[in-house]
Design a protein around this ligand. Structure first.
Ligand code: NAI
Length: 329
């Protein structure tokens, strides 16, 4: 039985703790730490009485903790990931691996020095049954050579006044990863268009339209709209030479009421990707290695940085990733 230590017990940390306790085999929550001690105590109690640590580094280095899940705020990921590598412990680090390219690079270097992969990055869409079906059909040749990927990423509402870059680094970063994963190639050029702003974003440039070109010349476009009001929705359509595959909101039932027929949408990402989070955690606990690597985390932050620059300049930006370190090949 693996004893997982969780750093950060906010929305994601609490959800991961619940899944580890109720829905994943082979692991228990062995300890938790959060700057908010009450929050940590609540999650520990709900996880069968896990130990509440007073210091995150004590948790990381404790002999009773076998692996660490980092679900604290973005800016803290680097410090904790580096400490886990130093301690030789496997990590599931929520996205982003680190908010800066330099921070991600330091983690890559540390892992390279350690000589084996310890880090998995929480790009859970790689475990979503719908995305997997789409990738399988592409792999089987069902639609021929892929030409375009159209992505839609909408949230009902966000805190007003979010920095413009946040739509890229917090939200569209999932599509940066999923584009690389589905098409199995790197993004080499980006442009970001800024349409008329919604009046519901408190001045934030919302929505945004990202255009990503890959090595083979395929284009992936991403509409990211975090104050779309009506619900949480992620969709995409992969267009190939012979046909298309569409990923729709996975709702098995259709509601008919008040003269309208349709599918209900969740209020946020947790119900939409519940199965993906569960499968991601199970894969990580099993040590199966199906998740995104530190290199994938680095690449996502690298492309996100180019997108932020492209949004500011209004120009296309080339993306030139450094060579892939040996341990990720
Ligand atoms: P949250 O704000 O609900 O929780 C963050 C927690 O981290 C808070 O409880 C806070 O007290 C704690 N914290 C802050 N600094 C800390 C430190 N130095 N040491 C320990 N704890 C600290 O945020 P949320 O939504 O749970 O996000 C957590 C992480 O998960 C973020 O990195 C975020 O980007 C990522 N995330 C990933 C999603 C996914 O779909 N994979 C979805 C939403 C968030």
């Amino acid at each position: 039985m693996k004893r997982v230590g969780i750093i950060g017990t906010g929305i994601m940390g609490a959800d991961h703790a619940r899944l580890l306790t109720e829905a994943v085999s082979g692991a228990v929550v062995g300890g938790v730490f959060d700057l908010d001690a009450d929050r940590a105590a609540g999650v520990a109690a709900a996880s069968g009485g896990a130990r509440v640590f007073e210091d995150p580094h004590e948790l990381i280095n404790d002999a009773e903790i076998d692996a660490v899940l980092i679900a604290s705020s973005d800016a803290t990921h680097e410090e904790f990931a580096l400490a886990c590598i130093e301690a030789g412990k496997p990590v599931l680090c929520e996205k982003p691996l680190a908010p800066t390219v330099e921070g991600c690079a330091r983690i890559l270097e540390a892992e390279d020095r350690f000589g084996a992969r310890l880090i998995t990055v929480g790009f859970m869409r790689r475990f979503d049954p719908g995305y997997n079906d789409l990738k399988r059909r592409l792999g089987e040749g069902a639609i021929g050579v892929p030409l375009m990927l159209h992505n839609v990423h909408r949230n009902p509402a966000n805190a007003p006044g979010q920095p413009d870059a946040g739509l890229i680094t917090n939200s569209a970063v999932h599509e940066l990863d999923i584009t690389r994963w589905i098409l199995d190639e790197e993004i080499v050029e980006v442009a970001v268009h800024a349409p008329r702003k919604t009046s519901h974003g408190g001045g934030t440039q919302d929505p945004q339209l990202l255009i990503l070109r890959t090595e083979s010349g395929a284009i992936s476009d991403v509409e990211v709209f975090v104050n779309a009001r009506y619900g949480y929705e992620v969709r995409c359509e992969l267009v190939g030479e012979l046909g298309t595959v569409t990923l729709d909101s996975p709702r098995p039932t259709t509601l008919r009421r008040g003269g309208v027929t349709g599918r209900e949408l969740p209020g946020d990402w947790r119900p939409r990707f519940a199965e993906a989070y569960r499968l991601e955690l199970q894969d990580w606990v099993d040590g199966a290695g199906g998740g995104a690597s530190a290199w994938d985390g680095f690449a996502a932050t690298f492309v996100a940085r180019a997108c932020v620059a492209a949004l500011a300049s209004g120009e296309r930006h080339e993306v030139s990733l450094p060579p892939v370190p040996k341990i990720y090949r």
